[in-house]
Design a protein around this ligand. Structure first.
Ligand code: NAP
Length: 235
């Protein structure tokens, strides 16, 4: 398999309204590597709401009707906090609601996107599904504890990607599905947790690094969990 994406295909960015998703979209549009870059978020039409499998099915159908080969899907969605949810410091703070919400958005929604979008990948030539995971989803790397729901939902995401990669390799020999940690990036998601003096990547810097990872992916990388320098992160 060539590392180069065949000409004429489209890229799809899920979570194009987010800090990293928007920067990845802009980076790909500027590079003109793909025939088109399709943005999908809760605000686009068709929209994608990870908590609604129907919306994911409708998005896949709308993309299929464009009759272009889908070569790249970047899932840049994710949840760490919202008006009701904040990462837990201890067992006492766990709630069923926060656990469910994290799993729905960080693990179940993304793998349903892979379920419905993977039939659009061509059988031959490079195609890639990248889901933005997080280093804190590594079980082995967990030194600090806390952040139960987010950590566990990202660990579940990693397992789902790994499992799907084994199945997809049978029918799509040139396909690569990976989980990637984007680095610590200055976005709405990281804002409440960034300490003064900590060097954060800008979304544009993160997008440029992610593109380098994607560009260098080869068949043997499928099912892996990488950092933004394409170094493997332990499960
Ligand atoms: N920033 C970091 O330092 C960092 C570090 C490690 C990993 N990550 C991972 O990188 C990814 C992107 O994070 P970010 O920093 O760019 O965060 P962000 O700016 O908060 O963007 C999150 C994106 O997820 C979307 N989203 C949330 N819930 C959704 C739902 N139910 N349905 C559809 N879309 C939904 C948001 O859409 P709306 O605009 O509609 O809310 C937004 O597009 C996440 O998976 C995150 O875990 C980030």
């Amino acid at each position: 398999m060539s590392k180069i994406f065949p000409v004429g295909g489209v890229a799809v960015i899920l979570g194009s309204s987010g800090g990293i998703g928007k920067a990845i979209r802009d980076n790909l549009v500027n590079q003109k590597i793909f025939f088109d870059v399709i943005s999908a978020s809760r605000e686009t039409s068709p929209n994608v709401d990870l908590k609604s499998e129907r919306s994911i099915i409708d998005l896949a159908e709308a993309i299929r009707q464009r009759d272009r080969e889908v070569r790249l899907v970047v899932d840049a969605t994710g949840l760490l906090h919202n008006e009701n949810i904040f990462p837990e410091k201890n067992l006492r703070s766990l709630t069923q609601e926060a656990l469910l919400e994290n799993f729905l958005v960080n693990a179940i929604g993304p793998v349903l996107c892979l379920k419905h979008l993977s039939p659009l990948f061509p059988r031959v030539g490079k195609s890639v599904f990248v889901s933005l995971s997080a280093r804190v989803g590594s079980v082995e790397d967990n030194q600090l504890g806390g952040w139960y729901s987010y950590r566990a939902s990202k660990a579940a995401l990693n397992q789902l990607i790994k499992t799907a990669s084994i199945e997809l390799a049978r029918g799509l020999p040139d396909h690569v599905s990976v989980a990637v940690h984007p680095g610590t990036v200055a976005t709405k998601l990281s804002k409440p947790f960034t300490k003064a003096g900590l060097r954060l990547l800008t979304p544009d810097e993160a997008a440029a690094k992610l593109w380098k990872v994607i560009e260098n992916l080869e068949r043997s990388d499928t099912g892996k969990f990488f950092d933004n320098d394409k170094r493997s992160i332990p499960w």
